[in-house]
Write a protein that binds this ligand. Sequence first.
Ligand SMILES: *Cc1c(COP(=O)(O)O)cnc(C)c1O
Length: 640
Amino acid sequence: MKQQQVQNWTCEDSAELYGIRNWGAGYFDCNDAGEITVRIENSAGESRSVSLMDIAEGATERGLGMPLLLRIENLLDAQIARINESFASAIASCGYQNVFRGVFPIKVNQQCQVIEEIASAGRRFNHGLEAGSKAELIAALSILDNTESLIVCNGYKDEEFINLGLQAQRLGVQIFFVVETPSEVETIIKCAEREKVRPNIGVRVKLASKVGGYWNATSGDRSIFGLGSNDLIAMVDQLRRHEMLDCLKLLHYHLGSQVPNIRDIRTGVLEACRYYADLVEEGAAMGYLDLGGGLAVDYDGSKTNYTHSKNYSLEEYCVDVVEAIMDTLDSEAVAHPVIITESGRATVAYSSVLLFDILDTTRYEPVELQHTRISDDDHPMLRNLQEAVGSVSAKNLQESYNDALYYRDEVRSLYLHGQVSLRERANAENLFLEGAQKIRALLNEAEEVPVDLQALPEVLSDIYYANVSVFQSVPDMWAIDQVFPLVPIHRLGEAPTRSAIIADITCDCDGKIDRFIGRQEEQKTLPLHDLKQGEDYILGTFLVGAYQETLGDLHNLFGDTNVISVRIHDDGSFDYSREIHGDSIADVLSYVEYRPQELFERFRKLAERAVKEGRITAQQRKQILHTYTASMSGYTYFEK
Ligand SMILES: *Cc1c(COP(=O)(O)O)cnc(C)c1O
């Protein structure tokens, strides 16, 4: 970065560099103090902003330090409202003759506090829940106390699952059983006849439409879920035989998550409507069309049909869905169904931000050594290296890089054979880094960057060590190369002068973040600030509300992080509405079947023996056992 650029840097430059306004959906921005803010609209329609730094500092003072998962309740409410209001306005403007009923798929974020918040914010829209297992159904039945909302049951269902649903139906709960496999119909019929309840049956169809994006395996012929047209006909006949065609009310499909292209959304709706119209024709009651999930989140803010983005707005999505249904069904004179979507990702992604601090950094730069001067006594190879580094210029980048690399490798090999000392080798490594950095600095001036040198900025970038476990907190980053916006939440008024990758606190070489969103394309390094002595440096990973929390694992026994929920009020003040302390070491040990009490007992014996053998005093034993107990109940992450 040029000196002038560094001096005149403002928050606006940071906002642009990190794309905050592109992926922030109006919820995130930065203020004049150089801090990221979360912005909400209050009940009077005025905008209110709160600095994430203020929220983080308050949490730390209350004993909920880094890493910390922030849940901003207002954003969850706002997304539910946006989805419902966008459908309502599409329905009104197109003259659609029915309503929208959203359901939130519990699997996307099963945390009790999140589901409770969705139930409460969704109440005025009759927003329901989707359950894919018995456990999720039990959660849904207990938390959703609104009989106008729907509960849609997907997934494999045994008799116990179906019986529970049928009993709940007696209480007035609107439950739909979506048939996923041909054999399930039989179980539903059997249970319903025994319980004497008319079930609401849905059917999941396998669409031929294939979609783009990462999760496209859930669409097309080989999709593992849903009925093909032959199974569908068999099911209709079976229901007719049992005089239950009036129970078949819902058609469901799910193209896969994060569908980046609006064309695929539209194609899916059109195909599903063909099935819908034919089921009406067959005499099924119908009335509900469930489009599943797939509404994407623009993680990189590029507004494209790239995997981590989407080329449509929520408004376009709603209008396209409504229009596509009308286009098909009107021509067949079929009444408009209730539109159901199971948007998970788009509902919860925005509301969670993962905050973590940086513990240390490594730089690939020469360090001050005492004897960096190469003298005549040093090995000739070191003098060659020094000469190569000394003659670097914009005209001979490739050549001097090759030379420096060659001489450095020669020194390494001499070291292996005992022909140079450790000090000489350190001098050689240092010289090499000096040369490489010189070359990197000149790359900007070169007319054409040689292919071999293109990766140099990356290879020489810093490593920032983060107090977080990628495996526990952002598993999709590790497992499926998902990118999330990653930004320092303060110091944005200063130019970031370093470029880095991030290594997490697990001792696993996969525990790193080296893919970042960029203005045009994905980046391999992230611009960051120098650490300041005695000052925390805090980064935020944004849009992590969907799928990340429960997919995470206990790699290296790093457990759940602290969680704090924030509610921002109309006047811009905020409350910590709920908090959960992260796992203690005793917690994670017991997850893997250790018994903390038993462990203590064994350690106590070891200490007692040491007293007996005269290695420590009884007072020292007390101190040691105290340290042990304090660790056992402490946080699994780095504590300051
Ligand atoms: C996972 C899933 C969803 C949620 O999809 P999103 O893309 O997160 O909205 C919805 N319906 C079904 C059946 C699913 O399996």
